[in-house]
Design a protein around this ligand. Structure first.
Ligand code: G4P
Length: 527
């Protein structure tokens, strides 16, 4: 297969949803269709097995939160699908946000009874900021939920995006019979026994034809006909360009649990969702078809396999072809590094990869050299943009129980901050170490990991700050003056970037008035 074809057949997407909307179930069904797993239940079963083997993940399991955003690859009809699962719990949203920087499109799952929930909204906002195209799947149609028209309206009003249904439900709850495919003009009838859909092509048939009435019964057939007429008359038509610009969400209905409505969705992912897109770097835009390999690290995960105490850096390939054993240039360090043990993940099974292409996500062994946001190239000095570090909202001072262990503590904090698990702020006025997290539960995880992975006992004293802002100014003198005046609140972050800690965001208004030349950012990089 030609190099270009290889890249064009890739789809790299993330699932975004509120917890319990059905992300895990959907993931499993997608893998099932792709033949990556044989049996429903495998993802969950393997996930819990994996958790049981890893201590800090055990902690998260006890809390009932899935924090690993796993990366899965599966084939579907000549396409290579890269699915990045994002943790749904809002406490770990920073990791989730970064995951979204590595994809070209998103699949939003909505529970038909609950509609657009808080976490979905938050995640959608990130997609919208980045203009990521979004497909929506309204799940759990085998249960009673909101009226489909109402759901369409809710998505439009709460998320501010136009919608157009590609499939439309026939009935709901106990009376859920399947979906009508508006583009293909066919009925997909839910077949309980086959666990798959049974297509009834409607070529040359209208919805009021005797065949359709015989299939659905008079009442459902009539309702369907009326609803489709309403949709055809009113809603947005499917304009792929608008979808690709992030302005319009094609909507699918179904039930992940009953494996219903998944095929049209997968078709949508290969026909509508974009192949790997160009990426912005500070220096220039990088096209996926460029022959030279480039990529960036969007996630580092420690101790995926406790037997090896390893760290894996997840890299999104942005252009060209990656080959096992190849040397790559880490731009930040200005040095070449052989990328060890490149791994891809099928469900939760790892396998070594010989080659991978733009769009693919590869896990590489990290001997402690990578940082989130690192650009890898074949020598060119490029810096991919858009992998932000978000301002923490909770802060604590770390205190060592045994002062002789400060070296180990520093090592732990350096590594955990590189991994993105915590942010470290060092006040310019004293020797404190202040930790910042976006979600408060992360303190427990970090404390547990410092103790178990680095053997250091620490206590955390919560501090009354509620925000941090990175500070910038074109005027160096103004910045110096500001830092002097506010020195009790100014810190260096782990990269030496100056930030101010705030007890209340209100204070910013006052500071902006007094020091008009200072700019504030809620991410350490503009998205
Ligand atoms: P999540 O990853 O988004 O958190 O959701 P997950 O797939 O774990 O699904 C949450 C619950 O919703 C599960 O039930 C799951 O079986 C159920 N579910 C998912 N899709 C559908 C659907 O299409 N129809 C119906 N009726 N239920 C669905 P649970 O009882 O919490 O877990 P389990 O014991 O079934 O695993």
């Amino acid at each position: 297969m030609s190099f270009e074809k290889e890249i064009k057949r890739r789809r790299t997407f993330a699932i975004i949803s509120h917890p319990d909307a059905g992300k895990t179930t959907m993931t499993e069904k997608l893998l099932l269709y792709g033949g990556a797993i044989q049996m429903a239940g495998s993802v969950k079963a393997k996930r819990s097995k994996k958790f049981a083997t890893s201590d800090w993940m055990e902690l998260e399991k006890q809390r009932g939160i899935s924090v690993t955003s796993s990366v899965m690859k599966f084939p579907y009809k000549d396409h290579e699908m890269n699915l990045i699962d994002t943790p749904g719990h809002q406490d770990f949203s920073e990791d989730t946000y970064r995951t979204l920087t590595a994809v070209d499109s998103a699949l939003m799952i909505i529970d038909c009874a609950n509609g657009v929930e808080a976490q979905t909204k938050k995640l959608y906002e990130v997609c919208s900021l980045r203009k990521t195209p979004v497909l929506a799947f309204i799940n759990k149609m085998d249960r009673e939920g909101k009226d489909p028209f109402e759901l369409m309206e809710e998505i439009e009003n709460t998320l501010g995006i136009s919608v157009t249904p590609v499939t439309w439900p026939i009935g709901m709850g106990d009376r859920f019979r399947g979906v009508y495919h508006r583009l293909d003009n066919k009925l997909l009838i839910y077949d309980k026994d086959a666990e798959r859909s049974r297509p009834v092509p409607l070529k040359d048939l209208s919805l009021d034809s005797p065949e359709v009435v015989a299939e659905l019964g008079e009442e459902l057939a009539e309702t369907l006909q009326a609803e489709i007429e309403l949709l055809d008359g009113a809603g947005d038509t499917l304009d792929r360009d608008r979808y690709l610009r992030g302005e319009l969400a094609p909507v699918f209905f179904g039930s992940a649990l009953k494996t219903f409505g998944i095929e049209p969705l997968l078709e949508g992912l290969i026909t509508l969702a974009p192949p790997p897109l160009p990426r912005e770097a500070q220096e220039r835009a990088v096209d996926p078809m460029e022959s030279k390999f480039t990529g960036f690290v969007f996630k580092i995960q420690a101790n995926m396999d406790p037997a090896h105490r390893d760290r894996v850096a997840f890299m999104r390939i942005c252009s060209g072809k990656f080959e096992r054993g190849m040397k790559s240039h880490i731009v930040r360090l200005g040095k070449d590094q052989r990328l060890g043990r490149p791994t891809q993940f099928m469900s939760q099974d790892r396998s070594l990869v010989d080659e991978a292409f733009a769009g693919d996500i590869v896990g590489i062994h990290d001997p402690g050299v990578f940082k989130i946001g690192d650009t890898l190239t074949q020598g060119e000095k490029l810096h991919f943009t858009g992998v932000p570090v978000f301002a923490p909202e909770h802060f604590a001072r770390v205190t060592l129980k045994d002062p002789l262990k400060s070296k180990q503590l520093n090592k732990a904090l350096d590594q955990l901050s590189e991994e993105g698990a915590v942010q470290v702020f060092r006040p310019i006025n004293n020797n404190d170490q202040i930790l910042g997290v976006v979600g408060v539960l992360q303190f427990d995880v970090v404390q547990y990991r410092i103790q178990h992975e680095y053997g250091v006992q620490v206590t955390f004293a919560r501090l009354p700050y509620s925000a941090a802002r990175w500070i910038f100014s074109d005027d160096e003198d103004a910045l110096d003056e500001y830092v002097r005046a506010q020195s009790h609140l100014i810190c260096d972050d782990q990269h030496g970037q100056k930030a101010i800690l705030l007890d209340d965001l209100w204070r910013l208004n006052f500071l902006k008035e007094r020091f008009p030349k200072i700019e504030y950012q809620a991410t350490s990089e503009k998205i």
